[in-house]
Write a protein that binds this ligand. Structure first.
Ligand SMILES: [Zn+2]
Ligand SMILES: [Zn+2]
Length: 165
């Protein structure tokens, strides 16, 4: 089976969280659930799920290759959902602001790993009765406080975890 706790850092067991969505046993009922499950799909390199949960009107021809390249060079370390905007839920639109942290393998002349962060306000819409990822607005990286709980979900302070010198 999958890991005990879900990789999306929700604190729930995988089988009752994104694991159920990725296996098709359940359908995300909210934009946040869909957002978390897409993070989990990146984490588990589930490209079919990523394509299936993308708004068909925003799919690119080479999505599959791009996603495969991303999955193969990226190790996901943590996800923090910062804010959800449900004010337009009745219209079938929802927003989730999140920060996702990763290490990226250097390519070409760059060696080693580069720590990165995606801070995005993502837009989700309902298509055919399901939430799908529409597009996102990238925001400046979040500066993590030294005494804040680390974004990796370890419950340690940032300075004693991924923020340690
Ligand atoms: Zn999850
Ligand atoms: Zn950490």
């Amino acid at each position: 089976m999958t890991e005990t706790f879900c990789c999306c850092k929700s604190g729930n067991k995988s089988d009752s969280c994104c694991g159920a969505y990725l296996s098709g046993q359940a359908i995300p009922a909210t934009p946040e659930q869909l957002m978390r499950s897409r993070y989990a799909a990146f984490f588990h390199k589930n490209i079919d799920y990523l394509i299936a949960t993308r708004d068909p009107d925003h799919r690119e021809e080479n999505d599959r290759q791009l996603l495969a390249d991303t999955c193969n060079t990226t190790q996901w370390l943590g996800l923090v959902v910062m804010k959800t905007d449900t004010s337009q839920l009745a219209l079938g639109v929802g927003y989730v602001e999140f920060a996702a942290f990763y290490d990226q393998k250097g390519t070409g002349r760059l060696h080693g790993q580069i720590r990165g962060q995606i801070h995005e306000k993502a837009r989700f819409v309902i298509k055919d009765g399901r939430w799908v990822y529409c597009d996102g607005h990238l925001l400046p990286p979040v500066v993590w406080g030294r005494n804040q709980p680390c974004w990796c979900g370890s419950h340690k302070k940032f300075k004693k975890c991924h923020g340690a010198p």
